[in-house]
Unconditional design. Structure first.
Ligand code: ADP
Ligand code: MG
Length: 260
């Protein structure tokens, strides 16, 4: 069952970058996939996530969500299916951590926005799952970038969607928390069948935790498939312009990026 299908997508921003367009993108995303979206800066990764979540509309082609054109869903309906963890900007309105995570419940609240006991329970549980329950009363600007990033991940978890999209969720995290987040996402993926697409520059984390991989290059989807087939020494050289050494183990592999 496909949760998302991009069909013959072309996209260009109205203003700004005349040189950039996403072209001829065809991408099926199966329910339960855990995918790493990779590619150099400016290759179109964030734009692709915006297309998948209906934030921007393609110039050509269609995005189907669960077999139906995404433009036929309301924003609230999409928010019950897809949660989005943005690339952190570091400059947010000073909501408390608890309030930020409660926003994940807004697609389910009634007209008056009254939160029920169940919503509060879900928010508590989500805060616990990312390990920041103790920070719930703090303002989002009063905690570290990594902690804020975990608050946005908790918000996505509280949203209880079939799919979570993450834009470089580990850019502010220390190594321990980077691994913890990828592990947590894997647990969700395996226990709840949550479909996950995460943009990441860390090829080793992708190799260790993700099932599938996508490489974008200059607006083109150049590789897509099982992570082990996508991350090869040849592809890493071709699209990331670095030499690497891949060591394959029984059911996993590690990548050493060579400094020269
Ligand atoms: P990536 O996430 O892979 O770094 P992006 O999808 O953010 O790449 O950006 C791809 C290209 O689109 C870049 O050249 C960027 O400058 C441009 N771009 C991104 N957002 C906008 C926007 N809102 N308006 C105009 N151009 C944009
Ligand atoms: Mg980006």
């Amino acid at each position: 069952m496909k949760i998302i299908e991009l069909k013959d997508i072309s996209f260009q921003y109205q203003s700004g970058s005349e040189n950039f367009s996403l072209d001829d993108i065809n991408l099926p995303v199966k329910k339960g996939d855990y995918t790493s979206l990779m590619g150099p800066n400016g290759s179109g990764k964030s734009t692709l996530l915006k297309l998948i979540s209906g934030v921007v509309q393609p110039n050509l082609g269609v995005v189907n969500l669960l077999g139906k054109n995404i433009t036929h869903y309301s924003r609230k309906e999409i928010a019950r299916k897809i949660a989005f963890v943005p690339q952190s900007t570091g400059n947010a309105y000073p909501f408390s951590v608890f309030e930020i995570v409660m926003m994940g419940r807004s697609p389910y609240l009634n007209l008056w926005g009254n939160e029920k006991k169940e919503d509060i329970e879900i928010v508590r549980e989500s805060l616990n799952q990312v390990g920041i329950y103790h920070l719930r009363e703090k303002g989002i600007n009063e905690i570290s970038g990594g902690e804020a990033q975990r608050a946005y991940i908790a918000r996505a978890i509280a949203q209880k969607t079939e799919m979570i999209l993450l834009d470089e969720p580990n850019s502010h995290l220390d190594i321990e928390h980077q691994i913890a987040i990828f592990k947590l996402l894997k647990e969700f993926n395996e226990s709840a069948g949550t479909t996950i697409i995460t943009i990441s520059h860390d090829l080793n984390l992708a190799a260790s935790f993700c099932k599938k991989g996508i490489i974008l290059n200059q607006g083109a989807l150049v590789k897509e498939g099982m992570i082990g087939e996508v991350l090869t020494e040849e592809n890493i050289k071709m699209y990331f312009n670095v030499n690497s050494k891949i060591e394959r183990h029984k059911s996993s592999f590690t990548i050493s990026i060579l400094a020269s």
